[in-house]
Write a protein that binds this ligand. Structure first.
Ligand code: HPA
Length: 288
């Protein structure tokens, strides 16, 4: 049997999702949201939901990390048809980059206009405090890999995609505006994506700060690259769950990350409640 191409696999996943969601979302979702560690509850406010376990979607894997549920939720989020991914795949789990970004590609294949990526991150910037939020302005890909490595699939996007606005300025502006209206302080900063699964050493954190990182984490960068390749604009939000290694006398634990991300999730939820309807992009008349 000939192995299906990534494009064919995406089509199969998209068709299966559409079959599950039936007539509920005939136009498809307008916004996609990938929920990071401990941030899954953001999807709780969606109504008229259809929940699809990843195990029911062709070519999706289960997830193995605590705080990552492994299901897709399609629903109405304060008036906007939205698809949430509760649980993501990480490179450190041993997945190939193509598997890490498969859910992103499937969600983009549903026809979303904006992808909101959320994550838990360690604060490298010394002004950041646990449970602060950071709007991602740009990233450093320090994962040592790229989801677009290998033959390019022209059906998905160009061989050499531009990343000079990997995180849409317009989306950043909307998120910042919403945070300001709600009087929720937020930072704007650079997210460094690392392989993990170890947390960093204090010396590494000093190096990442010198390189221009404000926060570090083990996700988001692959999804941002895959969405940009597909021409879908990205908004990124980090919840600073801990001070990065060497900045606090405490040792880092996943438990601390989960606890603080739950605190940050409440603020993130309020911002997204206001921002999601404003992130629906209406192409200009006569546009594509
Ligand atoms: N380092 C890397 N990834 C993380 C951290 C951290 O300190 N906190 C949450 N995700």
């Amino acid at each position: 049997m000939i192995e299906p191409t990534i494009y064919q696999k995406i089509r199969e996943a998209v068709e299966a999702i559409q079959k599950h969601s039936g007539d509920r979302f005939p136009q498809g979702p307008a916004i996609g949201v990938i929920l990071g560690s401990g941030l899954g509850s953001i999807a709780d406010e969606a109504t008229d939901t259809v929940t699809i376990p990843y195990t029911d979607i062709p070519h999706f894997h289960g997830t193995s990390v605590e705080g990552h549920a492994g299901k897709m939720i399609l629903g109405n989020f304060h008036g906007t048809p939205t698809v949430f991914l509760q649980g993501r795949f990480h490179l450190y789990e041993g997945y190939r980059m193509a598997d890490v970004v498969f859910p992103t590609r499937a969600v983009c294949g549903l026809g979303i206009q904006t992808l909101v990526l959320t994550n838990a991150a360690g604060g490298v910037n010394t002004r950041y405090r646990p449970a602060d939020l950071m709007l991602i302005e740009d990233h450093l890909n320090l994962m040592g890999d790229n989801p677009l490595k290998g033959p390019n699939l022209a059906q998905l996007g160009p061989r050499f995609p531009d990343l000079s606005e990997a995180y849409s300025h317009e989306c950043l502006h909307v998120l910042e505006q919403c945070a300001e209206e709600l009087r929720i302080p937020v930072h704007r900063g650079v997210y460094a994506g690392l392989l993990g699964p170890t947390y960093e050493t204090p010396a590494e954190i000093r190096m990442y700060r010198a390189l221009g990182a404000d926060a570090v984490g083990m996700s988001t960068v692959p999804e941002t690259i895959a969405a940009n390749h597909l021409g879908v604009r990205v908004a990124g939000l980090s919840c600073i769950t801990n001070l990065a290694a060497g900045l606090s006398p405490q040792k880092l634990t996943h438990q601390e990350v989960i606890e603080n991300s739950r605190l940050g999730a409440e603020k993130m939820k309020r911002i997204l409640r206001a921002a999601i309807p404003r992130l629906v992009h209406r192409p200009a008349e006569g546009g594509p």
